[in-house]
Design a protein around this ligand. Sequence first.
Ligand SMILES: Nc1ncnc2c1ncn2[C@@H]1O[C@H](COP(=O)(O)OP(=O)(O)OP(=O)(O)O)[C@@H](O)[C@H]1O
Ligand SMILES: N[C@@H](CCO)C(=O)O
Length: 320
Amino acid sequence: MAVFTEVSFEEAQKLMRRLNLGELRDLRGIEGGIENTNYFASSEQDGVLNHYVLTLFERLSAQQLPFYLYLMKHLAHAGIPVPDPQGDANGDVLHAVCGKPAAVVNRLAGKSQLAPEAVHCAALGEMLARMHLAGRDYAREQPNLRGLPWWNETVPVVLPYLAPEQAELLRAELAFQNHTAASSDYAALPRGPVHADLFRDNAMFEGERLTGFFDFYFAGVDTWLFDVAVCLNDWCIDWTSGRHDEAKAQALVQAYDAVRPFTAAERALFPALLRAGALRFWISRLWDFHLPREASMLKPHDPTHFERVLRDRVQQAWRP
Ligand SMILES: Nc1ncnc2c1ncn2[C@@H]1O[C@H](COP(=O)(O)OP(=O)(O)OP(=O)(O)O)[C@@H](O)[C@H]1O
Ligand SMILES: N[C@@H](CCO)C(=O)O
């Protein structure tokens, strides 16, 4: 259930009119998602029915949101299929509904491909590279707020909940990542705005055609390779064992490389960044699981999944 704040038809109608999006015809709460209140909203303009998503931000502040919303706008204008936040007469894309920060974006066609084949991984890789290139001239700066400083802060908080062998792995991996981040290869990695959470449920497909990426609310400026690693760790593994899937991984990285060739430093750091991608989600899932937010309605994801992925990545140093 992902309607934490009820929005009335009248309230939504008022916003759609203010954004010059026509007359609201349908408003339906969306069930998926755990972070925000989301509604599908359809409105009619000049006899045409257009489809939008209205989001009320339950966690993010009005200070953090412009980076995400204007990034989506920038990418959409560059031809990347991402939801385009709708502006008012002043061009502002951050609105307020029921006292919460809110946005209206266009609704992407298609549905998530939760059991992707190599062909879907290739489509993802190609679009991810195009998205990275399109983000190069985005002017706003915001770091990945779930990056190394957050890992260093959060690991001591979750350690008391772990069994000794888990705590040992977590501590050792954090030390390894701090060491990696201080290396010259790491300093040489190309960077820019990244999605940072591009799991299978944050992309849409119609058949084999990728129709878009959404849910940019963990985006930030980080290494492009981190984004690739997060994708490989979710799209190109065996979902039960957490093991690397060679055919899917090759499909993803070859399609990416054909658009934006990997540098020597990136090739050298593939194994370390795959580990970083697994560590990031192991930590956040441990944190959500052991320290749930007050009044939270979310069902935490299974942290042990990313412990398995991390162990697999430590055991097998994979590079394309
Ligand atoms: N722009 C969009 N176009 C089409 N569908 C969308 C769009 N935005 C959201 N949705 C639908 O709404 C659902 C919930 O959205 P989302 O995943 O962004 O939820 P959330 O609570 O914000 O985040 P999280 O995935 O972290 O729980 C998605 O699974 C998708 O079906
Ligand atoms: N993709 C994250 C959830 C936050 O979007 C996870 O699977 O842990």
